[in-house]
Design a protein around this ligand. Structure first.
Ligand code: HEC
Length: 148
């Protein structure tokens, strides 16, 4: 085996492999750029959604929660919290989120705690807009069930 494996072969594997995987990389990049506009619900990004995203980051919600499966696994997935707690009704969801944020911490023994972020009604409304937008992303039916 060692006699038949030449430097030339090693070089060909190196260059051939690099080109092969670079082409796959290019194809996947092209595919992503082409597919994103169909899936990312960008036409519904309003200023309120932007402000909500900013609050989401500033308060590090992702430090405990997941969004589209990414983040920390301490607290529930929130991509579909609008469907779960609002049932497709924006007014009902906003009322839920406002009540929820203001009720924290629940202090129920044995249950994981969420802190109170002391957000005002406008900020909670913006966060709700962000989570409503998020729920309408096309993520291949992720999460798999309504409870996240
Ligand atoms: C320190 C961890 C932590 C952080 C940070 C955190 N949460 Fe939570 N959150 C939790 C936990 C734990 C629960 C579940 C609590 C329970 O069921 O009693 C929860 C539950 C929720 C729920 C209800 C989910 C459901 O299915 O009913 C919402 C909505 C929510 N969080 C929003 C947020 C938002 C928005 C932020 C950022 C501003 C945030 N959370 C930051 C820990 C956290």
């Amino acid at each position: 085996m060692s006699e038949s494996f030449t430097k030339g072969m090693a070089r060909n594997i190196y260059y051939g492999g690099s080109i092969f995987f670079f082409l796959i990389f290019l194809a996947l990049t092209f595919h992503t750029v082409k597919e994103m506009p169909k899936r990312d619900n960008r036409e519904n990004i309003t200023e309120a959604v932007e402000r909500g995203k900013h609050l989401w980051e500033k308060n590090n919600c992702i430090g405990c929660h997941t969004l589209i499966g990414e983040g920390a696994y301490f607290a529930p997935e929130l991509m579909n919290v609008y469907d779960r707690r609002g049932g497709g009704n924006e007014v009902a969801f906003k009322a839920f989120l406002n009540g929820w944020m203001n009720a924290q911490p629940l202090n129920i023994p044995g249950r994981r705690q969420m802190p109170n972020f002391h957000l005002n009604d406008q900020e909670i409304d913006d966060l709700a807009e962000f989570l409503i937008w998020t729920s309408k992303l096309d993520a291949n039916n992720w999460p798999p069930n309504i409870e996240g």
